[in-house]
Design a protein around this ligand. Structure first.
Ligand code: SF4
Length: 254
């Protein structure tokens, strides 16, 4: 695997993607939130394999513009995006206990929301796959600086995680999308540079990094939802306690 990983580091994004599609076939899917890098990957993959599998997580708090782009993607590429969502019982229990906008109150509550609305639905989806593809890039943030094109997703059954654009800059992504007329998220035109759930995303302030508009009220956390990087230490323990409470509430209701 180490040798293969080294080889994939030296090939183009399209070649890495082609390797994944050929190796895993229908057991591979692209996971995307329809941001610029994810859209470039969907475009590349659709050219290589028109029936490529694509999925997204609908957290229930996405901006309307994301839904609009999803519909445009389906029309443009002739694919059906597999939309996965959180467990309704877990969302009900969380909202009943903490309110709909709990994420503004504490980092642990924000991560609880991300865990229930994003991380757990993703884990259920990945349990049906042998490989998934993401738009992660090393240049996005310090937390992503070590991303490799080929990784083993140890948090999700040790399936393969392919990041074909790991070594691309944001300029390369923009150039690809421009050259191939790839549909883009409408919120980029309003100054957004990284787009997630509506209440947790805003355009970055001048001079701030591209992911600084995500959970902008947090100063001491990695700007990550837990899908790609698992929180550690005290925050993780706090999240686990909150999750246990939610599990208890779900069990009482059922
Ligand atoms: Fe919840 Fe915000 Fe995370 Fe979306 S980004 S799952 S609304 S905390």
């Amino acid at each position: 695997m180490i040798e293969l990983g080294e080889r994939l580091e030296s090939v183009s994004a399209q070649e890495a993607l082609a390797w994944g599609l050929e190796t895993f076939g229908d057991r591979l899917a692209i996971g995307t939130s329809f941001q610029a890098a994810g859209m470039a990957i969907v475009d590349m993959a659709a050219r290589l394999r028109p029936d490529v599998r694509v999925f997204t997580i609908d957290t229930g708090r996405l901006p309307l513009e994301t839904h609009d782009l999803m519909i445009e993607v389906e029309r443009r590429y002739g694919i059906r995006v597999d939309v996965i969502g959180p467990d309704p019982g877990e969302v009900d229990a969380m909202v009943s206990r903490h309110g709909p906008d709990l994420f503004y109150e504490a980092a642990s509550k924000r991560m609880l929301c991300c865990e229930i609305r994003k991380v757990r639905p993703l884990a259920r989806k990945l349990a049906t796959l042998d490989a998934w593809v993401t738009g992660l890039r090393r240049g996005q943030s310090a937390a992503r600086a070590e991303v490799r094109k080929l990784e083993i997703d140890s948090a999700n059954g040790s399936i393969v995680k392919l990041n074909p654009l790991a070594d691309w800059s944001s300029e390369q992504v923009a150039a690809y999308n421009r050259d191939h007329k790839v549909p883009q998220h409408p919120l980029y035109a309003q100054g957004y540079t990284s787009i997630g759930c509506g209440p947790c995303t805003r355009p970055p302030m001048p001079g701030q990094g591209p992911r600084s508009g995500r959970w902008w009220w947090e100063n001491d956390t990695r700007k990550e939802c837990g899908i790609h990087f698992t929180p550690l230490g005290k925050v993780r323990r706090d999240v686990d306690i909150l999750l246990e409470e939610i599990a208890g509430a779900v069990a009482i209701r059922s």
